[in-house]
Write a new protein. Structure first.
Lengths: 759, 352
């Protein structure tokens, strides 16, 4: 039968037309569109392979035995008290470990499941989905639905870290509109493309990098107990000194120094270390109204990092294959056999980064930097509020992350309050202190009623997070990096670090709303209308100690960068509004007053602690507004290896997706709307790279025009601040700045009541 | 702000199963029905209780709604402001170590200024041991007593409460020896106010009943204990005060319920006491409200907007008569028809 005969009769022709109507769009959607999309955005997809090993049955049994013994021993150790005689304790533990009910209750149930199903190799999600193709999801109201597991996980913020759903943000644009509110044109936003002080968060250009470091003190062996400092070396190596060995095909992501020049150590870096999609780039496809992440990308999902008790973070490093760089993961049977519900350590494998920080002393993941291409440690902490038994009352009490962040399937709530542009899967689900502690939480103190009364105006965190870790970064200069001799890389210079109240911890009114650039919004319910954080508190650093510290650091930097004008440098860092023209400043004042008033006065505000943060970065000044300009990303390898920041930006923005961002379709699809929230009228598509791959004149280094304010909710101490911390003339709360009228300021900062309490 | 039961039941808290919307809808139905009735009968006898005309406006009510508070009184007085420096805080509360319940020490400025005691400064009642923090005594030590206090303040126009005390002493709360029961178990002196003119009966009922239900939480179940016999308990509780059944029927005075709260076995269970023409309900709240409404909006509007529609009470004798007549006529018609057919049949049979 030839083609012509297919259309011989009228009926056949009709049939062919019907088939074509069905098949052509399907083929277009399933085949042509993804090809076009990949070509247009430059994202790559390829089948993902990892080192997996098929065990023999005896090997399986041996592994099962080891794991079971180990967990049984751990449990016995926790049960038998330590104050016994050591020998007696050992005997007791031995008895316990051989007690039938104890054996039954301690162990990994999946060992038995795997044995019965004959699973001897962990192949990734497909192995999990063999049994868990669907899961039952219990919702907040108690109802249960059955959902497709893969679909559920792929559509969470953990996988795609952005959303275009309405109502998923409590964030307001500087134009006064709630981001993606019901009724507005929804654009995909979230962590994937948020404008933030960390340039790496432009996740396409910072997904995975192999950095050729040249440590002067020998290779690092992971965190050894204390926070790392970044000493200024007098003799940093030049760019040419570091051979870019990663192009060597022999490297292939295996072995630390194969094919690499002498003294050079390859290190892993990038956003992908903390995101579960294991492929070559973030889930870009999910940003489009049609299309889905290809199946081969879904095979890169790392189920075990969240579900395996024995997940080995040493397997988390960048590997290079023919298609490019991506992150390796632990797909061993050892990890697979220990799966269960996510425990604190699973969450902390990644979230240690934004909690205690990479360099936090009790941070388990940082002690397992990788068997090969060890991950770079970020010595400055993002928040410095660890969730560890040593630093948090809840962690010490054995509370699980999921006790407060109660998941619905794979969706995990982050509470109804959100100051930043991080998408939320369950934006209306409560995560709060009050849901457990009620609104009368103090039970012991003789002043308990008085303490409880404070809950009306103060968040619990305000007293119970007395300080953050010392390495909490407040001001970071990405433009003038310094040489870290120990790590053998150029690192951004932290101009100021502190976890102290008034320095690295500030207090603001907060009603649960935030701005597009992460500024807490709220208002003083008893205020005189003077509270205006976007023009005052978070737009200026007044503390003379901080200013002096910044000046000292600037003078230090000047040794290396003679062009720095120290006075101007200090002014820009501590009074970022000084970077605005008078017209721009006036426009800002007007926008704050007119656009943000409603969002600030919404709901009930209380005083919350925030970690302030500002950074100097390269900005595209063609897209500048009163609140900042579009920041440009850095190419990690160039940055860390050469310290040439301009070359690093130039390299990063050659990424096809940045080029597309500066073209008309992207402008219309999302950038205009994105910039409107940003407080800028319309997106200017002048690509900031000249023909000879140099940065255009519009690229200038600037500090953000105000500090971002990050919520801090962990690192809770049982004993909070005492009365005097706030109720004294120079207390940690600046009542005048918080908008209280003068007579109330006098009352609140007077000591008379405290003198009565503590004569 | 508190989700736990607290001693003061704030005005407007609607914990009853009957929601405000539902009540409003019922009210609309009532209105429609009454309108129809008026049209039908051409008369205005919708409410047969016009004859009772008690007009004893609560002196306290007059006091509360009087001219603005003179300066330096109530919470504005200087030493009151010292107290309010802390006690304004909504979360000024603690969990009682014995009962585990949250005890709220917060004073709602707004509610206080609308209460009957708005003119009193804090120290007028709490006069010992409270001038410094930490306080040397607690409110439990003070033995404050409404009746005695009012007795001593007759000259200031405080209503005499001795009558209440006589009733209260007979009530089950006293005779059954409920521990630590006092006026304050039910009444929060910082928010207490008589029912305001214009406040709907549903709201008054809800507020009054919440006072009882704050302690009698066992009754907040689908089939409330002891009330199994009562048809549609939630509907009853939405429109009838607990006290309407749980106080003696005799000797009721229109402006306030009796404080002689009866034990379950002594309470009124006879439906017809309410569901009848001379309903017991009309001796108090409903009638009082009707009076107020009539004073404000005139006779007809009272007849139309009356809150009450009570099966058995809201009754028009002419409607009864018309109904009876219709039924009689129908029976007659059916009988005549049957008779007619009988005779025709017989005639046909005869003619065969």
């Amino acid at each position: 039968m030839n083609i012509r005969s297919l259309f011989a009769t009228k009926t056949r022709r009709r049939l062919a037309i019907v088939l074509a109507v069905i098949l052509v769009p399907a083929v277009l959607y399933k085949v042509v569109y993804p090809l076009f999309f990949d070509a247009y955005t430059g994202v790559k997809n390829a089948p993902l392979t990892y080192d997996t090993q098929r065990l023999t049955e005896p090997e399986f049994d041996q592994l099962a035995l080891e794991l079971t013994e180990q967990v049984r021993r751990e449990r016995a150790e926790a049960t038998v008290t330590e104050d016994r005689d050591a020998f007696a304790r050992e005997v007791k533990m031995d008895i316990l470990m051989n007690t039938p009910s104890f054996i039954e209750e301690s162990g990994y149930p999946h060992i038995q499941y795997f044995r019965e199903a004959g699973i001897l190799e962990y192949k990734g999600p497909e192995t999990c989905l063999e049994c868990h193709a669907t899961i039952d999801v219990t919702h907040g109201d108690g109802s249960v639905t059955t959902v497709d597991t893969l679909d559920d996980i792929v559509n969470t913020v953990h996988f795609k870290f952005q959303t275009a759903e309405g109502g998923a943000f409590s964030t307001y644009g500087y134009d006064g509109r709630q981001v993606n509110a019901e009724g507005s044109r929804k654009i995909p936003v979230g962590k994937i493309n948020r404008a933030c002080g960390i340039p790496g968060s432009f996740s396409w250009t910072g997904w995975a990098a192999l950095v050729a470091s040249r440590p002067e003190l020998g290779p690092k062996q992971g965190l050894e107990g204390e926070a790392q400092s970044s000493p200024l070396s007098t003799d940093p190596p030049t760019a040419e000194g570091i051979a870019l060995a990663i192009d060597d095909p022999g490297a292939e992501g295996h072995g630390v120094s194969e094919g690499v020049a002498d003294g050079v150590v390859l290190r892993s870096e990038g956003c992908g270390q903390c995101h579960i999609g294991g492929n070559y780039h973030p889930a870009t496809e999910k940003m489009m109204p049609v299309g889905d992440v290809p199946d081969m990308a879904k095979e890169g999902i790392d189920c075990l990092i969240c579900h395996a008790a024995e997940y080995d973070m040493n397997q988390r490093y960048v590997i290079q294959d023919k298609k490019g760089l991506r992150w390796n993961q632990d797909r061993s049977m050892r990890a697979a056999l220990t799966v269960g519900r996510a425990a604190n350590q699973n969450c902390l494998n990644c979230h240690q980064h934004n909690m205690g920080g990479d360099a936090y002393i009790h941070n388990v993941a940082a002690k397992h930097l990788g068997d090969k291409h060890q991950r770079l440690l970020h010595t400055g902490a993002k928040r410095g509020n660890p969730f560890s038994p040593e630093a948090d009352a809840h962690a010490a009490a054995g509370i699980k992350c999921t006790d407060c962040h109660v998941p619905e399937g794979h969706k995990i709530p982050r509470g109804r309050k959100g100051v930043d542009l991080v998408a939320s899967d369950l934006p209306h689900k409560e995560v709060s202190c009050e849901s457990c502690h009620s609104e009368a939480p103090h039970n012991v103190s003789e002043h308990r009623a008085l303490l409880n009364g404070h809950v009306t105006r103060l968040a619990c965190e305000t007293c119970h997070i007395p300080k953050l870790e010392d390495n909490n970064v407040v001001l970071r200069d990405w433009v003038h990096p310094t040489w870290d001799a120990e790590e053998g890389i150029w690192t951004p210079t932290d101009i100021f670090r502190s976890g102290k109240p008034g320095e690295g911890l500030m207090y603001l009114w907060f009603n649960g709303n935030g701005t597009f650039l992460a500024n807490a919004l709220g208002s003083n319910p008893e205020g005189d209308g003077s509270y205006n954080p976007l023009m005052e508190q978070i737009a200026r650093i007044d503390n003379p100690d901080v200013i002096a510290a910044v000046r000292a650091r600037a003078e230090e930097l000047k040794q290396q960068y003679p062009d720095i004008d120290v006075d101007r440098y200090v002014e820009m860092a501590t009074d970022p509004l000084s970077q605005l023209t008078p017209e721009m400043l006036e426009k800002r004042r007007k926008m704050v007053a007119e656009n943000l008033k409603t969002a600030m006065e919404d709901g009930e505000s209380r005083i919350y602690p925030f970690k302030p943060f500002n950074a100097m970065m390269y900005e595209d000044m063609n897209n500048q507004g009163p609140f900042g300009a579009m920041i440009l990303p850095f190419d990690y390898a160039t940055y860390y290896e050469t310290g040439d920041t301009r070359a690093s930006v130039a390299k990063a923005i050659q990424d096809p997706i940045v080029l597309r961002m500066y073209q008309e379709p992207f402008k219309l699809y999302m950038m205009d709307e994105f910039m409107a929230y940003f407080g800028v009228d319309g997106w200017k598509t002048i690509y900031p790279l000249t023909e000879d791959k140099q940065l255009g004149p519009q690229v200038e280094p600037h500090w953000m025009r105000q500090m971002g304010t990050l919520m801090v909710n962990h690192g809770i101490q049982r004993k909070g601040h005492d009365c005097k911390a706030c109720h004294q003339p120079d207390g940690i709360l600046d009542y005048a700045a918080l908008g209280y009228p003068p007579e109330r300021v006098a009352e609140l900062s007077s000591m008379d009541i405290i003198e009565e309490i503590e004569p | 702000m508190f989700s736990h039961p607290q001693p003061d039941s704030r005005p407007g808290t609607q914990r009853l199963a009957i929601g405000p919307r539902q009540a409003a809808r019922r009210q609309t139905l009532t209105q429609a029905f009454l309108l129809a009735l008026l049209v039908l009968t051409g008369s205005a006898w919708a409410n047969p209780s016009d004859t009772v005309a008690p007009n004893t406006a609560d002196p306290a009510a007059a006091l509360a709604s009087s001219a603005p508070m003179p300066k330096e009184q109530g919470l504005l007085k200087e030493d009151s402001q010292d107290c309010m420096r802390c006690h304004w805080m909504e979360n000024m509360a603690y969990r009682d170590r014995e009962t585990g319940k949250i005890v709220n020490l917060s004073i709602d400025r707004d509610a206080y200024s609308h209460s009957v005691h708005s003119e009193l400064a804090c120290s007028d009642c709490h006069d010992r041991g409270f001038s410094h923090y930490p306080h040397r005594s607690s409110s439990a030590d003070e033995a404050l007593n409404c009746v005695d206090c009012h007795e001593g303040r007759q000259d200031d126009g405080a209503p005499n409460l001795i009558g209440l005390k006589h009733e209260y002493d007979k009530s089950v709360h006293v005779t059954e020896g409920v521990e630590a029961f006092s006026c304050f178990s039910c009444h929060n002196p910082h928010t207490f106010h008589p029912a305001r003119a214009g406040e709907s009966v549903v709201d008054v009922v809800a507020e009054t009943n919440n006072t009882c239900l704050d302690c009698h939480t066992e009754l907040l179940t689908p089939v409330p204990k002891g009330h199994e016999w009562l048809p549609r308990p939630q509907a009853h509780w939405g429109s009838v005060r607990c006290l309407d059944c749980h106080t003696p029927l005799e000797g009721r005075i229109p402006e306030r319920p009796s404080h002689n709260v009866l034990a379950a076995e002594d309470s009124n269970r006879l439906c017809v006491e309410c569901h009848s023409k001379g309903s017991a309900l009309l001796s108090q709240l409903y009638n009082y409200r009707a009076e107020q409404a009539r004073e404000q909006d005139g006779f007809f509007s009272q007849a139309i907007y009356n809150d009450a529609y009570i099966v058995g009470m809201t009754r028009n004798p002419w409607m009864d008569r018309i109904g009876l007549t219709v039924i009689l006529l129908m029976i007659l018609g059916v009988a005549a028809h049957g008779l007619g057919r009988y005779y025709i049949r017989r005639r046909q049979e005869d003619s065969k």
